[in-house]
Design a protein around this ligand. Structure first.
Ligand SMILES: CC(C)(COP(=O)(O)OP(=O)(O)OC[C@H]1O[C@@H](n2cnc3c(N)ncnc32)[C@H](O)[C@@H]1OP(=O)(O)O)[C@@H](O)C(=O)NCCC(=O)NCCS
Length: 149
């Protein structure tokens, strides 16, 4: 199996069913998230990004207009190869391009280290969402990229 992949903005019309396949495999089947909590009416209005190897989607993430990052998932066979990190880096780049000053997310406890690597800071107490322990995390994007180039 080739380990090469790309990350691109999704086209909701074209990619919706493949995105749904990853959500079903990772959140509903692997993690036991109830189906009625997984699908949201706002999904088509979000910006989605996908990781793709050959013609197969292997990872997803979404960004809302309010700067909330969510539904970060990489298929099990592809984990620990940088796919999730690249998805997160692309979302952060687009959020900066959109002029967002701050992005936030609800991190499953096991993934806190994953988000912290790209600068997210955990805030507040642990809480349960869909029966899974989470903490809020946020990242300020006020860095002037021209200064750090
Ligand atoms: C969390 C997730 C998206 C990470 O994707 P990934 O492609 O494996 O991430 P990367 O390979 O880019 O990982 C980068 C680094 O993050 C850290 N990391 C990744 N997954 C981690 C985990 N589960 N626990 C702790 N650290 C983790 C590691 O330091 C890793 O670097 P290393 O492999 O050199 O040690 C993936 O494990 C996943 O889809 N999990 C199931 C769904 C989920 O829990 N999503 C998060 C919801 S908040």
């Amino acid at each position: 199996m080739s380990h090469a992949f790309i990350v691109r903005a999704a086209d909701w019309i074209v990619d919706e069913s493949a995105i749904a396949g990853i959500r079903r495999a990772v959140f509903i089947e692997e993690q036991g998230v109830p189906e009625d909590l997984e699908w949201e009416a706002a999904d088509p209005q979000c910006r989605w990004f996908v990781a793709q190897s050959n013609r197969t989607l292997i990872g997803i993430v979404r960004l809302t207009a309010a700067g909330r990052i969510g539904r970060m998932a990489v298929l099990p066979d592809w984990r620990r190869r940088g796919v999730g990190g690249e998805l997160l880096a692309v979302v952060l780049r687009v959020a900066r391009e959109l002029g967002m000053h701050r992005v936030h997310l609800s991190a499953q406890i096991h993934a806190i280290g994953f988000y912290a690597r790209q600068g997210f800071i955990a805030e507040g107490a642990e809480y349960l969402d869909a029966g899974i322990a989470h903490r809020s995390m946020a990242l300020n994007l006020n860095v002037n990229l021209k200064d750090s180039a």
